[in-house]
Write a protein of this length. Structure first.
Lengths: 279, 302
């Protein structure tokens, strides 16, 4: 058999029906609209495209969106690894409830999260009140955006690190301790390295989600041009002004960024499978 | 650990007080880490949840319940239910078909196909709404043709809201089913087929019972997201009060009114959606606890 088959033979029926429907539905809902977006962007000539992506308002929104998302995802890594560690390794009262509530940001509608966080962090709110005497405003500043992005990104690192930590072979730790390693050495040199692919994946997922987030941010952000205006909101404004090619151009930049992030996640997983034999 | 009087107690099955296993951290470290975790989760997750209900009850339960007599609120709830009733089954059928094709057959480009199915997760909701406006808006050839020849309006109308919701909830059911069905392999189906079952019989009596919990779980997550989607729906709906406004959009409309009464309405409606999220989490936790083995393969997240 010199010919390379598309599909390996099997007695199970239904390949043409299910594969065909999958491709049809995927094209209709996802692929055609996304390709359409790029085509719309090409309606712009190069000069006007450059004008859009170098405009001060766009650059400010871009810096804010990517910058605050980066800070939020980094914070998510720190607390995410700690939370995963505590949930997997320690036994204490209420652990199951904490474990269950981690997924709240996935289940809670973003607009609901947005108004709840705003109510907490305005100067008269439960938490805003504590910071007001210090002269720190949280709501309607970049700090507020950061809070919202930490909220929606919180589950990603926990949920990618947790299963790897659960499967971690305790005998390796025992070996390390028997060979005289201090606990800190064991954690940093033995336990942490295999967690790195999961941490990177969680970081990338949280970051990608944060850059595109809209509902939970716009209520707490204040939405001042060049100060607290995020990229997705800029798209909404362009749409309301019926400047469709401009909206498409901003969206194309964001989409391309998410493709790059997706590619990175896949590369991390390929690398980790080679290096550690797990996903 | 060195303060134990004899090394013997450390070697015995029940370690003496003060002895610390080499496989865990010192007690103060553990206590600090647990306390920090509880504090962070309380501030970031529990407080936002509590304040929704506190704000909803700000003017008493009567005022909170009065929200649901407002015709705008009723139409938002009905539209949200309608959208979920259409979007979830569409993605259910797709999820089953995709999982069958990907998990039961080996063909080239499977990993790439899975990446494509996951794609809507990493697309901003606003961009999701935008792509349909650019494709089907009244100023586009397709949109104009549908509007003029059939009188069908998609963008700034209910069909657009449904489409946007289908997009953002697209991967949920497929990604619950694919890893589980891959893990289960094709042995059961091959046995059924060789005993003379038809393809559909094999699916309904063999495959479906094997994945029913993962399927239910996927439907649950898909439904929660479908009812709560804000960004994509906000862009595509045109926010026509009483026509294309779903519950999350109605929350925003109430919230922007800045009257105390409207604030209560915003948080009362938010409380309903928060309740839905809590129910989803409780059922999810119960599933994981009861059917840990069947869900383990499906992985966590999203």
């Amino acid at each position: 058999m010199g010919r390379i088959r598309f599909r390996e033979p099997t007695i199970i029926p239904g390949f043409r029906l299910t594969f065909g429907f999958t491709i049809f539905y995927l094209s209709l809902i996802v692929i055609i609209p996304i390709v359409g977006l790029y085509i719309k962007t090409f309606e712009l000539d190069w000069a006007s495209f450059r004008e859009i992506i170098t405009g001060p308002r766009f650059l400010a929104a871009m810096k804010l969106s990517f910058g605050v998302s980066l800070l939020a995802a980094l914070f998510n890594v720190i607390i995410g690894v700690m939370i995963a560690w505590v949930l997997v390794r320690y036994r204490f009262f209420g652990r199951r409830i904490l474990d269950a509530i981690i997924d709240l940001p996935f289940a809670l509608p973003t607009a609901v999260a947005g108004i709840a966080l705003t109510a907490l962090y305005v100067p008269a709110g439960w938490i805003g009140r504590l910071f007001e005497p210090l002269g720190i405003a949280i709501a309607f500043t970049p700090i507020g955006i950061w809070i919202a992005l930490v909220f929606i990104g919180l589950p990603f690192v926990v949920r990618t690190v947790q299963p790897v930590l659960e499967d971690f072979d305790r005998e390796v730790e025992e070996a390390s301790a028997t060979l005289g390693a201090k606990r800190r050495t064991t954690i940093l040199r033995v336990i942490l390295p295999p967690l790195i692919p999961a941490i990177l994946t969680g970081f990338a997922l949280a970051f990608a989600r944060a850059v595109g987030e809209y509902g939970s941010v716009i209520f707490i952000a204040g939405n001042l041009p060049r100060q607290t205006e995020i990229l997705p909101l800029l798209i909404v404004f362009r749409l309301e002004e019926r400047q469709y090619p401009a909206a498409a151009a901003i969206a194309a930049v964001m989409l391309t960024a998410s493709f790059v992030i997706l590619l990175l996640i896949n590369l991390i997983q390929v690398w980790s499978q080679r290096r550690f034999g797990n996903g | 650990m060195a303060e134990t009087a004899s090394g013997l107690s450390a070697a015995s099955a029940q370690p003496a007080r003060g002895f610390r296993s080499a496989l865990t951290e010192a007690r103060p470290v553990r206590i600090v880490l647990i306390a920090l975790t509880v504090l962070i989760l309380a501030v970031f997750l529990v407080l936002p949840l509590i304040i929704i209900f506190v704000q909803a009850l700000d003017l008493g339960l009567g005022q909170a319940l009065a929200t649901f007599q407002d015709p705008d609120a009723i139409s938002a709830i009905l539209l949200t239910l309608l959208v979920a009733v259409i979007a979830v089954p569409c993605n259910l059928i797709f999820g089953i078909a995709a999982a069958w094709a990907i998990a039961k057959f080996r063909f080239r480009g499977r990993a790439f196909l899975i990446s494509l199915i996951d794609l809507p997760f990493s697309v901003s909701p606003v961009v999701a709404g935008l792509v349909y406006i650019l494709l089907l808006g009244p100023f586009t050839p397709v949109g104009a043709w549908l509007l003029e020849d059939f009188g069908v309006r998609i963008i700034f109308a209910v069909p657009g809201v449904v489409l946007a919701t289908i997009f953002v909830t697209f991967p949920f059911i497929a990604r619950e089913l694919i890893p589980l069905m891959q893990e289960q392999g094709t042995g059961d189906e091959e046995a059924a087929l060789s005993l003379g079952a038809s393809g559909w019989q094999t699916f309904f009596f063999v495959t479906l019972p094997n994945v029913k919990w993962a399927l239910l779980y996927g439907v649950l997550l898909c439904n929660a997201r479908a009812m709560g989607e804000f960004g994509a729906v906000s862009v595509i709906s045109g926010r026509l009060r009483g026509e294309t406004v779903t519950m999350p959009l109605q929350i925003e409309l109430y919230y922007q009114e800045f009257r105390a009464l409207a604030q209560v309405s915003a948080f009362s409606m938010a409380a309903v959606l928060a309740g839905l999220a809590l129910v989803t989490l409780v059922i999810k936790t119960w599933f994981e606890w009861r059917y840990a083995d069947q869900l383990a393969a499906a992985g966590k997240g999203h």
